[in-house]
Design a protein around this ligand. Structure first.
Ligand SMILES: CC(C)(COP(=O)(O)OP(=O)(O)OC[C@H]1O[C@@H](n2cnc3c(N)ncnc32)[C@H](O)[C@@H]1OP(=O)(O)O)[C@@H](O)C(=O)NCCC(=O)NCCS
Length: 173
């Protein structure tokens, strides 16, 4: 029987299970600390993956500038690793970025090889805009950050604006 894997934008009802999945990685410093209020306030940025109906992972796309967004809070549940869940979450974040008209995405990560396989290249952390570090100052590792910055350029269709998703679209008499 084939397995079903999909990603979608998170809903507030997903948040308790998301926090449970993130907890050990926030504790060991792999993920930045986030709490329920923070996830609620940023729920439109969050993407969740389901594998055979079970929450299998999550990731977020945070917009910094008109051209740059960060993929953050990426985690896949241990039993569902190496099944393509992480790669699909990244693809989902990239789709979210191109739908918003954003040309570049980056991540600060310890799993640079995972990102390299998906077309990202390592860049100097200093090349990222100053505002990126406004979040990092809350991290206990700020003064000795050993994460690696990876970045990818996305291909926006030339006629992107014409294809932006219309939530409501009516002809008025
Ligand atoms: C990194 C992580 C998200 C990968 O998720 P995943 O669903 O297992 O990834 P995929 O199945 O899409 O992997 C695709 C390929 O990436 C590579 N890859 C996967 N995990 C990797 C890792 N931890 N390190 C290096 N390469 C990795 C492998 O080549 C893999 O292919 P394979 O399964 O055929 O070997 C997952 O291991 C995880 O949640 N780790 C803990 C949290 C973390 O480090 N988050 C990143 C914060 S930026």
């Amino acid at each position: 029987m084939p397995h079903r894997l999909y990603v979608r934008i998170a809903e507030v009802s997903d948040i308790p299970a998301m926090l449970e999945l993130m907890a050990p990685y926030m504790k060991n410093g792999v993920l930045l600390q986030r709490d329920e209020d923070d996830l609620c306030q940023h729920v439109q940025e969050l993407m969740v993956a389901f594998y055979d109906g079970q929450l299998a992972g999550l990731a977020a796309l945070h917009v910094y500038t008109r051209t740059l967004a960060e993929i953050r809070s990426l985690v896949v549940a241990k039993p569902q690793r190496h099944l393509g869940v992480g790669a699909l979450l990244i693809e989902g974040c990239e789709r979210m970025a191109t739908d918003l008209g954003i040309e570049q995405v980056f991540a600060l990560t310890y799993v640079d090889k995972f990102f390299h396989r998906l077309g990202y290249h390592t860049v100097a952390k200093e090349s990222l805009p100053h505002k990126v570090w406004t979040v990092c100052i809350h991290c206990p590792k700020f003064s000795h950050c050993d994460e690696i910055a990876v970045k990818k350029s996305l291909h926006l269709p030339a006629d992107h604006g014409d294809h932006a998703a219309h939530i409501l679209d009516r002809y008025q008499p």
